[in-house]
Design a protein around this ligand. Structure first.
Ligand code: BES
Ligand code: MN
Ligand code: ZN
Length: 492
């Protein structure tokens, strides 16, 4: 992976410079001018004559063709007054791909002019660069060797311990997101429930977390009839992963429980999905991946909170042993569920997981899941859908997602929606019909949180992206990781 380091004031040789340009400004900023002095003003002259890289994130590489002069990447940051953390993250994501394409091996970005505090600039620049440079090519027989080796950060001020820390935090955080992306991008044949459990165990040993892995027998013995029912159709055995991180006051209850949907492949089960696009359902464990990666970052950053993570992991497959529409299953807390559609399996496994989090005394619960196509219909691939039963918990999550730069939208959940989940023969049924599908799907899960503050983040539309832009790269996105991390910070 590309290294990110501080560079002492006298810029090293062979390092290309990233210089910001701003919309509506014909001339270079302070840093640019200083750099340009060394180039005898050529850059400024050039800029006034040409119009290049007009859109935010666009860039243009000027080759100096002289050994003692650096190449310059002019990078458009948009309107100066609109500069914010998102813009910096976005532009650095764009920049690293441009540098890679131009086969630049070392580059330096000057942080003083980006309109943020230096700590913010360092954090966002590093985060954007690492996230934007991500590639998933482990199955390509001809791999492109990465060219860009080091991105240097430079400031005219002294590099304080707080600045060092900001860079360190960004690296840990970005690596967690890349980890989640890798898991999501792996095919279902590799990313089985057992593999997820191995990964959880590996990370737990690294950063001092407790992890418990339950097999099918133990899941059943604990009364998790809904998770067991989804798992029974598959030849691949299920796992329930329980992780515990105690960074806060010892003996205090869990500040929050993070629950993640871990369907390692969703064929729909007996209510089989159409063949077209089914390959995308390898990403149906994105919620579990986000929780796992966030727990890793939280433990690595040693945040002073007590967190429980519950990850129900299984395939959803059709077979002679599979769950059938019309079957009635009993969740861990005793509530009975009439299964109308076996493709609404996420809420079934999350019912047991949320009931378990409540049983463990979690003060608050959030579940993260690729739960409904309806969420994509409502919000597209831009925002994740949020739903919750407690306004203070909702507010904390919305604020966290904004800080994280992950867009979410709070949906309503009036009583009338819950009516749609009433069953003639059981306590609940697992679908509420086509309309309002994201809301009824979420509310179903909420029924197992009871009076515990609970929220649900539907990442169906954001877990996999169709195009690369800024820090986001096509494929598994790692959606949810940054929000969960900010939630943990918000709980402190
Ligand atoms: N994993 C899917 C949701 C999904 C669909 C995510 C498309 C990403 C893209 C989920 O298990 C599912 O199948 N949901 C059904 C629920 C319905 C049967 C009530 C859906 O949304 O169609
Ligand atoms: Mn499904
Ligand atoms: Zn699913």
């Amino acid at each position: 992976m590309m290294k990110i380091e501080w560079l002492e004031k006298n810029t090293a040789k062979g390092v290309s410079w990233i210089l910001p340009v701003f919309q509506g400004e014909e001339r270079l900023g302070e840093e640019g001018k200083k750099a340009d002095a060394k180039l005898q003003g050529r850059l400024d002259t050039w800029l006034q004559q040409e119009s290049c890289c007009n859109d935010k994130g666009d860039s243009f590489l000027l080759r100096s063709c002289q050994e003692d002069l650096p190449d310059i990447l002019l990078l458009q940051f948009g309107k100066r007054e609109k500069l914010n953390v998102q813009a910096v993250r976005f532009c650095l994501g764009q920049a690293v791909r441009a540098l890679e394409k131009a086969k630049v091996s070392q580059s330096v970005v000057f942080l003083d002019e980006l309109g943020l505090t230096l700590e913010e600039s360092a954090y966002e620049a590093a985060l954007g660069a690492i996230l934007g440079g991500y590639r998933f090519d482990c199955y390509k027989s001809k791999k492109k060797e990465p060219v860009l080796q080091t991105l240097f950060l430079q400031t005219r001020h002294t590099v304080t311990p707080a600045l060092e820390q900001a860079l360190q935090n960004a690296t840990v955080t970005a690596e967690a997101v890349l980890q989640a992306r890798n898991w999501v991008n792996q095919p279902a044949a590799v990313m089985t429930p057992e593999k997820m459990a191995e990964e959880a165990q590996r990370l737990a040993t690294l950063h001092g977390m407790d992890v418990d892995v339950w097999d099918a027998k133990r899941i059943k013995a604990a009364g998790m009839g809904a998770l067991s029912a989804v798992a029974q159709g598959s030849d691949v055995p299920p796992r329930l992963i329980v992780m515990r991180y105690c960074g806060g006051v010892k003996g205090k209850p869990w500040d929050a429980a993070f629950v993640g949907k871990g369907i390692t492949f969703d064929s729909g089960g007996i209510s089989l999905k159409p063949g077209e696009g089914m390959q995308e359902m390898k990403d149906d464990m994105s919620g579990a991946a986000a929780v796992l990666a966030a727990m890793d970052a939280i433990a690595a950053l040693k945040l002073p909170v007590n967190l429980l993570a519950v990850l129900p992991c299984t395939e959803n497959m059709p077979s002679g042993k599979a769950l059938k529409p019309g079957d009635i299953v009993t969740a861990m807390d005793g509530q009975t569920i009439e299964v109308i559609n076996t493709d609404a399996e996420g809420r079934l496994i999350l019912a047991d997981a949320v009931a378990y989090a409540r049983h463990e005394g979690a003060q608050r619960i959030i579940d993260v899941a690729t739960l409904t196509g309806a969420c994509m219909v409502a919000l597209g691939r831009v925002r994740s859908g949020l739903l919750g039963n407690d306004s203070a918990w909702n507010d904390l999550i919305v604020a966290a997602s904004e800080r994280a730069g992950e867009k979410t939208w709070l949906m309503p959940h009036d009583e009338e929606y819950a009516e749609l989940l009433k069953s003639d023969v059981a306590d609940l049924k697992n679908t509420g019909g086509r309309y309002g599908g994201m809301i009824t799907g979420g509310l179903f899960i909420g029924a197992f949180a009871k009076e515990t503050p609970w929220a649900h983040l539907d990442i169906a539309g954001t877990a996999t992206l169709l195009k690369t832009s800024g820090a986001w790269v096509k494929g598994g996105s790692g959606a949810g990781v940054l929000t969960l991390l900010e939630i943990a910070k918000g709980l402190v």
